[in-house]
Design a protein around this ligand. Structure first.
Ligand code: 5GP
Ligand code: ZN
Length: 113
């Protein structure tokens, strides 16, 4: 499958990796929308939030646990941060490998455009 995030996960495409374990990887977004903007993905291909089910729910929980650990390490637990998942066309998803954006370091607006 020609998936850019699978290629980042297996090292075929270079990225600025900030966290890695056997199941997931976190790397800085190429086009950051905040002073800190990284993406967290499962190494195994899951297309979108539409594909979350009982077989892969543990990896989603793991991703959120690691986000909580990383944001604490970066000191964002006090001021806050935002976790975003875009799903499908209306959600604005452009890469069809599930990913969670973590945005921090400035006051973020709500609602999104
Ligand atoms: P989406 O729009 O699907 O929610 O988010 C995709 C994100 O992936 C975008 O923020 C985009 O900047 C980022 N992105 C796309 N291609 C690459 C890449 O090759 N490397 C990195 N580090 N980020 C990428
Ligand atoms: Zn993939």
């Amino acid at each position: 499958m020609d998936c850019i995030f699978c290629k980042i996960a297996n090292g075929e495409i270079e990225s600025n990796i900030i966290y890695e374990d056997e199941k997931i990887i976190a790397f800085n977004d190429l086009d950051p929308k905040a002073p800190t903007h990284f993406l967290v993905i499962p190494k195994n291909h899951i297309s979108s939030a539409n594909e979350i089910n009982e077989d892969n729910e543990a990896i989603i929980g793991h991703i959120f646990k690691v986000i909580s650990k990383l944001t604490k390490e970066f000191g964002f637990d006090k001021k806050g941060f935002r976790i975003v998942n875009n799903c499908g066309e209306d959600g604005g998803q452009t890469v069809n490998h599930i990913h969670f954006h973590v945005l921090a370091g400035r006051q973020l607006q709500w609602p999104p455009g």
